[in-house]
Design a protein around this ligand. Structure first.
Ligand SMILES: Cc1ncc(COP(=O)(O)O)c(C=O)c1O
Length: 694
């Protein structure tokens, strides 16, 4: 029996971004005419049908079809799956090639290849796959698959688009794909926006000929010769219409009421009666994001996604485990190394060899250091480092700026003057429980101000054990500042200690100070060094670190094996793939989205921070309420959204495309009502803000 393979070109005039696009002229002919004649040039297709809607606005499409003797079928405007199914049924197709009328560069030879692949493999669903230019899209559905999808698909995105239900169920439909291209994801040869039209006009002006359709290979050759053409429209989000309907699906499941009643919100109420403060880390308290709405707990995390206790999936566009999971959640390579180590025993009476291997790898990366000591969290490693610095110098006073954890040496700054840490972290932070005898041992100075430091040092030069800073807090330090610190520390004989717990691994492997070329006497890493596993390290010059032998620093759990195994695997992967490039590009793209979308929507925000420690702030007296509403609206669209974003290697361009759509919707809502009036839950708490800038 001969298979009846028809091509259905979906076409409508009511495109929201570019109304009437399918009849816009290119080289003197309507876009639809180019598409139809290109598909008619296919050798594998028996009939070409234009499927448009019964909406009056689409009468012109029917008229055009009649004038060109092209078959036309009219069906639902919104339920495109139904329109396709009815068209296929009417024309008694065995299989349908799905083509869209906004792709005037569709290549008939590629369509033929896809059809042949479909036939050869006996598939029910087959299409062009991988990173091909947007505009060459071509998928084939068996009529039986289309019929089943038509019967079973329920979600708005599955009705508005033909493929999603079938694509999501490879267990129901024999599926496959033809991989022909790589690395061309952001090429746009389709027509969605005026910039696309500009691009296509440029292409047609150079390549169009009457006799035969120009092919994809010719377009690629042209773009190689004139690469600037790609930039005309490469910034536009791919498949925006589809991504929007995915966001709509999520909204249906994530209503504010449903979020408020989630298992996580209820569990957090229990936690607060069992655990003082509810969590172990202030920055993970739900009150910091959206009280009574934030999902609070996760059941699973993978890549850049987390699932709450009700199984709702969120893309994490917030703090990514406070920066710990730089490669993404549950990275396979790191987890495999950990599982391997775990199976060999996580602890014993002997030590694990990974400690030594890791020390060598870290020192190779930071050759100005000679020795290391390990701990398992950032704060305790800072305590350990300060102890070593004091032991080495035999002095007591630490001068610091920035945030360095919860320990006594640091909070002692608030003993003398309860506002002492105000410039550094939460105003009024209580040093209760810190011995009063530590008064005067920790003195804050203004971040990035060498003058403030000099002022505080005056008269105490010979008592200063260490100068402790974060080498970048949010932004790069001002020019000359780190060098001046280096010189001043040497001059007074104090240890210069860089706390790289937040900055480490964000802009390069190891310390950000590698990029600056300023070498401290000690540095501390935690967080991202082991991709979320408990691990921290104090590194220092041999001379300083030997002082660890003159005091007592020792802990059983610092000898476990998983932390070093995870750190080694993280470091290896980070270096092998050159993770910083992706982290920086992703962070820059998100900053650009915040900036351009807020400008387009008329919402005033300030965007700050290194690309990998990016933040925005609403420039509005109701900023805290707006933050909270932003977070709630983003949760409803399937994102953990926050005013900070820490990119990971797992964030893909398609995740950010989807995020861009949600941000556009939410900034639009906030711009329309930049007050708290739409918020019926409490606003977030603003504690623990680094007042030195985020
Ligand atoms: C710069 C800096 N120092 C110290 C710490 C404390 O580290 P941990 O939370 O692992 O104890 C942090 C945590 O945010 C930090 O950012």
């Amino acid at each position: 029996m001969n298979m009846k393979m028809i091509a259905i070109i979906q076409a409508r005039m009511s495109s929201s971004r570019l109304p009437g696009k399918v009849l816009m002229p290119l080289a003197g002919k309507p876009v639809l005419e180019h598409v139809a004649s290109r598909i008619q040039a296919c050798k594998t297709i028996s009939e070409v049908v234009v499927a448009t809607s019964t909406d009056q606005t689409d009468d012109v499409i029917q008229s055009w079809c009649e004038s060109k003797a092209v078959s036309c079928y009219r069906g639902s405007l919104k339920d495109v799956l139904d329109r396709y199914y009815q068209t296929a049924k009417y024309y008694q197709a065995d299989a349908v090639v799905r083509i869209t009328a906004d792709c005037p560069v569709i290549d008939p030879t590629i369509v033929d290849d896809v059809v042949n692949g479909y036939l050869a493999g006996g598939y029910e669903f087959y299409g062009l796959a991988g990173e091909f230019p947007n505009g060459l899209d071509c998928t084939i559905f068996a009529f039986t698959a289309l019929e089943r999808a038509w019967r079973e698909a329920m979600l708005p995105s599955e009705r508005e688009h033909v493929g999603p239900y079938i694509e999501k169920h490879p267990e129901l439909f024999k599926s496959g794909g033809l991989y022909k291209f790589a690395g061309l994801f952001h090429h746009r040869w389709t027509l969605d926006e005026p910039r696309d039209y500009e691009f296509l006009q440029a292409i047609f002006a150079r390549l169009y000929r009457e006799e035969t359709p120009f092919l994809a290979t010719e377009v690629l050759a042209l773009l190689e010769k004139e690469p600037d053409l790609i930039n005309i429209n490469s910034q536009i989000v791919r498949d925006e219409g589809f991504l929007k309907s995915l966001v709509e699906d999520i909204k249906a499941n994530n209503s504010l009421e449903a979020l408020k009643q989630s298992k996580g919100v209820a569990l957090y109420q229990r936690a607060k009666s069992l655990i003082p403060g509810g969590t172990q880390l202030l920055s993970k308290r739900p009150e910091m994001f959206a009280p009574e709405v934030w999902p609070s707990y996760y059941s699973k995390a993978k890549g850049c996604r987390v699932w709450d206790l009700d199984g709702r999936e969120f893309i994490d566009m917030s703090i990514m485990a406070v920066g710990a999971c730089i490669l993404g959640y549950a990275d396979d390579e790191v987890d495999d190394a950990v599982i391997n180590a775990l199976r060999k025993g996580v602890n014993s009476s002997l030590n694990c060899p990974e400690e030594v291997e890791l020390a060598e790898a870290l020192i190779e990366l930071h050759p100005w250091f000679g020795m290391v000591r390990y701990a398992r969290s950032g704060g305790e490693a800072m305590g350990l480092a300060v102890r070593i610095a004091r032991a080495h110098t035999r002095r007591d006073i630490v001068l610091f700026s920035g945030y360095h954890g919860w320990m006594d040496w640091y909070l002692a700054a608030n003993l003398a003057d309860s506002a002492g840490l105000d410039g550094q972290l939460m105003p009024g932070l209580e040093p209760n429980g810190v011995p009063r005898s530590l008064i005067g041992t920790a003195i804050p100075f203004d971040a990035n101000s060498i003058d403030s430091l000099r002022e505080k040092i005056k008269g105490k030069e010979k008592q200063i054990a260490a100068i402790v800073i974060e080498p970048a807090r949010g932004e790069n330090a001002p020019p000359g500042y780190l060098q001046a610190l280096r010189e001043l520390a040497a001059e007074i004989g104090a240890v210069l200690l860089f706390d790289e717990i937040t900055t480490g691994f964000r802009m390069c492997a190891g310390g950000i100070h590698r990029n600056y070329g300023i070498y401290p006497d000690m540095a501390v890493f935690a967080k991202s060094m082991a991709n979320g596993y408990a691990m921290s390290v104090v590194m220092g010059t041999e001379k300083v670190m030997q002082a660890a032998q003159t005091t007592f620093i020792s802990s059983t759990n610092w000898t476990e094996r998983l932390g070093p195994a995870a750190a080694l695997a993280t470091l290896r992967k980070y270096q092998r793939v050159g993770a910083e490039k992706h982290l920086i590009e992703t962070g820059n793209r998100v900053k650009q989205i915040w900036q351009t979308v807020s400008e387009a929507e008329g919402l005033e925000i300030n965007v700050t921070g290194l690309p990998t420690l990016a933040a925005f702030a609403f420039n509005n007296p109701n900023a805290t309420a707006l933050d909270t509403r932003y977070t709630i609206e983003m949760l409803q669209r399937g994102f953990l959204g926050f005013r900070q974003f820490k990119p990971s290697l797992a964030h893909q361009a398609s995740d950010i495309d989807k995020y861009q759509i949600a941000v556009k919707e939410v900034f639009g809502l906030l711009a329309k009502d930049p007050t708290a009036s739409l918020l019926d839950t409490p606003i977030h708490h603003s504690g623990f803000q680094r007042l030195t800038k985020e």
